[in-house]
Design a protein around this ligand. Sequence first.
Ligand code: HMG
Ligand code: MG
Length: 311
Amino acid sequence: MAERVRITDVAPRDGLQGEPAPVSTADKRRLITALQDAGVDAIEVTSFVRPDLIPQLADAGELVASLAEVKRPGIEYIALVPNERGLVGALAANDAAGSRVIDTIAVFASASETFSQKNINTDIDGSLERFEPVIDRALTEGLRVRAYVSCVIACPFEGVIDPEDVGSLVLRLAELGAHEIDLGDTIGAGDEATTAMMLTEVMGTLGDSDLLPALTLHPHDTFGRASDCVRAALDLGLRSFDGAAGGLGGCPFASTPQRRAPGNIATSTLRRTIEAAGFETSIDPSKLAIADAVASRILADASARSIGDAS
Ligand code: HMG
Ligand code: MG
């Protein structure tokens, strides 16, 4: 029997966070419902971050409370939290929902000092100091912890990142207790060779310790090479990937004046790549097409509404 590979859809969070036209809470819930109907293993539903910086996700608490009635058993819901304030928001949202809607919190570090400053307003050491109490409390509350490392191949401001810097940051996050490390190729700079080099370094660094967090790859598809990176990662034993319905997404703090931050690999492309490589996923392609259609419709509606409001 073919080996199973896990897929997390990040469209409701990474996909929407940079969209300028406001998407309603009800539409976000529709997208999340369509994604879980399509059979993804996990969904990144929102972020508990500063609403003035990411206004699109300012409804995080309200959204989470409203998801209690749609969440199916067995699916994992993830929310990003950058600090203790974010964790408190996520825990309060679970309380308001009356059940554990958020199973996993995701902290987010970067292998690039400049990107760390631009994204979360602190350097790499400062981010780890912030995450330590967050991870401790999340573990005490029985939540799973995912830890992102952004810019694992290159940074939009600093250029190429040394794989050793990625390896040492991954180790520090694993030592803090993260169950899963999510390796973000934030600007889609990777190819087969650089992805393999980075992963080999990360696995070697973790292999020298007793720590074995699950590894996930989070590719963005700027230059159409994300599938090559996924194949390289499968060859090296990774069995968990992030994609986004419709290929939406990108971190606003990775945008430069010349280029808006690129989208994630489309979950449909990710599924095809994984299955063509001889693995199984839990996704039903016809239902995923419905989720893709829901994603494009809600963005079209949001943008039509915002043009209407402005005129
Ligand atoms: P800061 O300004 O340094 O925080 O923000 P602070 O502690 O100095 O607080 C300043 C004010 O913000 C205070 O308000 C806090 O209460 C408030 P005041 O008392 O002055 O009225 N505040 C908050 N409000 C709501 N929620 C919070 C929160 N924290 C403080 N959690 C912070 C630091 C990290 C919070 C800020 O920079 C931020 O929210 N950044 C947003 C970062 C973000 O969401 N980036 C996109 C996601 S990362 C990504 O997309 C990459 C990824 O996909 C992987 C990849 O592709 O590589 C994950
Ligand atoms: Mg991303």
